[in-house]
Design a protein around this ligand. Structure first.
Ligand SMILES: Nc1ncnc2c1ncn2[C@@H]1O[C@H](COP(=O)(O)OP(=O)(O)OP(=O)(O)O)[C@@H](O)[C@H]1O
Ligand SMILES: [Mg+2]
Length: 240
């Protein structure tokens, strides 16, 4: 992979198997004869993204956007094709993934930081910043199971954006917390991507936000990439 390429998809396909019910899904573990319907969530998609690019990913509900992001972060795997990713990926997808509800917020910062591949000493340097960003006050030393869902999401977001990501993956999960917190999140993302070395891949239905952050757009229709190029053209095609 070219040293400037940070994400590469080559003929990537993701097929989900849809069984009639849970029983059938279970039986399929033992028998190949159980019938299922195929769902091509991502259909033969190729692209490369270079270091420092900011790319918006458009598409209607079910077009395959989240599936692409999940394959980049390794939450799910392609059925066929090749994916290469180089650099520390921070994903604002499943913000609370990796939290242990029995540990305190502060302990979870370390847990999640380790999942991102940081050493404890590196996390210690970021700890105060993360705690301040999350704004959950004294709850930071309470077990995460005592948090509201908004508080959990805030802490997740605070960790994910403060670990100095090299590749930032954002799925419109920006509905984190209340209006003020959302504003703060957008500002933070803006600050991160001002760094020329940070790469952004952004899924959004909001044209305004996409145009603000991205100069390149990809449009997905039913699992297929139908356009990849200038952001304004992408928006035009997406709106058609
Ligand atoms: N775990 C799964 N099992 C079966 N089908 C799935 C699974 N995850 C996604 N799909 C299907 O794959 C297709 C693509 O889903 P995906 O979540 O990638 O869409 P999306 O573009 O992110 O949509 P949205 O805008 O609604 O978030 C959809 O038809 C969806 O139902
Ligand atoms: Mg989605």
């Amino acid at each position: 992979m070219n040293s400037e390429t940070v994400i590469r998809f080559e003929n990537v396909t993701k097929e989900y198997k849809l069984y009639k019910n849970n029983k059938k899904r279970f039986l399929a573990i033992f028998s190949k004869k159980v019938k299922y319907k195929k769902k091509l969530a991502v259909n033969d998609v190729s692209f490369t993204i270079k270091r420092g690019e900011a790319v918006a990913l458009f598409g209607k509900n079910g077009a395959g956007k989240s599936t692409i992001l999940k394959m980049i972060t390794g939450v799910t795997y392609p059925t066929s094709g090749e994916i290469e990713v180089s650099g520390r990926v921070s994903a604002l997808l499943e913000l609370t993934a990796g939290f242990d509800p029995e540990l305190t917020g502060r302990e979870n910062i370390y847990l999640k930081g380790q999942l991102y591949g940081l050493k404890d000493s590196e996390i210690a340097e970021l700890e105060d910043e993360i705690v301040a960003f999350a704004e959950i006050d004294e709850y930071i030393d309470q077990p995460v199971r005592s948090y509201s869902s908004g508080m959990k999401a805030r802490l997740g977001f605070a960790v994910s954006v403060n670990i100095r990501p090299e590749i930032l993956i954002v799925d419109e999960a920006l509905s984190v917390g209340d209006k003020n917190f959302r504003k703060k999140c957008l500002k933070k993302i803006n600050g991160i991507i001002e760094n020329d070395n940070v790469t952004l891949l952004f899924v959004t239905h909001s044209i305004g936000t996409a145009r603000e952050f991205c100069n390149r757009g990809m449009v997905m229709v039913k699992g297929k990439k139908v356009f990849d190029g200038d952001i304004d053209e992408a928006i035009e095609i997406y709106n058609k």
